[in-house]
Design a protein around this ligand. Structure first.
Ligand SMILES: C[S@@+](CC[C@H](N)C(=O)[O-])C[C@H]1O[C@@H](n2cnc3c(N)ncnc32)[C@H](O)[C@@H]1O
Length: 256
């Protein structure tokens, strides 16, 4: 692994261990967390191309990281979401479902959803799309029924133009670790709202960090019925399922 990858991996694992009240055996979720985190493996040989490996949906997945950005690494929330999709194929059946992932980063969640049979559109900021496309193609080409698509989605920007409601009706919206110290929380809410029909199910893994960001959950609850699927205190991650309550006229002016 090159020094940049090592640095990224350190960033993610440091974030897990930084949680102040985390002590061995205290949270009761250690076994499941170890099972989820154990899906990660690293190349046994150092080659000129760095990647991280994961086992999900019976497949070996190789993820190449992007240049330095929050979307450059696979965050623990993504592993939690992948594990949920893999272990809940009956209650959350992906076969032939239309799925959009927002803030897809390196693409691991979209790849796993594709292996489970979904028609996936993986979205993120423009600078992430090259690496995202690379990971999706490398892992899914000729290996799943519907090869995933990549599309730019800057939260809150040109939503109706790029994702007209008349054309895009998603069964699922997937999101892993999209709430953190960025200035686009209202736009993120607008994006969830725009992409949701009355039947869309949101599966969202949220890493709890700072109070200001955590308040996003309360704003989210005004628009969506939110249900906790599972909780991982060791990781400060909660996995939520949500459906839209009812459509209200929503704008940036009314969002605060
Ligand atoms: C912490 S990373 C999580 C990446 C991936 N979901 C994971 O869990 O490994 C947050 C992701 O949100 C994306 N993001 C941040 N702000 C965004 C915005 N305004 N519009 C679209 N995507 C954004 C970042 O590019 C990044 O891929």
């Amino acid at each position: 692994m090159d020094s940049k990858s090592l640095q990224h991996n350190r960033l993610v694992s440091e974030e897990i261990s930084r949680k102040p009240d985390h002590k061995e055996g205290q949270n009761g979720d250690e076994q499941l967390v170890a099972e989820i985190m154990g899906r990660c493996f690293f190349p046994s040989l150092i080659t000129n191309q760095a990647w991280e490996g994961f086992h999900f949906a019976g497949q070996k997945i190789k993820i190449t990281e992007a240049t330095e950005s929050y979307g450059a690494v696979v965050w623990p929330s993504a592993l939690v979401l992948c594990h949920f999709l893999e272990t809940n194929v009956k209650s959350c059946n992906m076969v032939d479902k239309t799925v959009i992932e927002i803030g897809a980063g390196t693409g691991l969640v979209s790849i796993v959803a594709s292996f489970l049979g979904a028609r996936v559109i993986a979205t993120d900021l423009p600078e992430l799309l090259g690496n995202l496309q690379y990971n999706l193609r490398r892992n899914t080409k000729m290996r799943c029924t519907h090869e995933p698509q990549v599309k730019e989605l800057f939260w809150g920007v040109d939503l109706e133009k790029n994702f007209p409601r008349s054309l895009y009706r998603f069964d699922y919206i997937l999101a892993a670790d999209v709430v953190y110290h960025h200035p686009y929380l209202e736009e993120l809410l607008l994006t969830f709202d725009h992409l949701c029909t009355e039947n869309t199910v949101i599966i969202w893994a949220m890493r709890f960090r700072l109070e200001k960001e955590n308040q996003f959950v309360d704003r989210f609850k005004k628009l969506f019925d939110l249900e906790v699927i599972s909780d991982f205190p060791s990781l400060s991650i909660t996995l939520f399922k949500a459906k839209r309550r009812h459509r209200v006229k929503w704008s940036l002016n009314t969002a605060s």
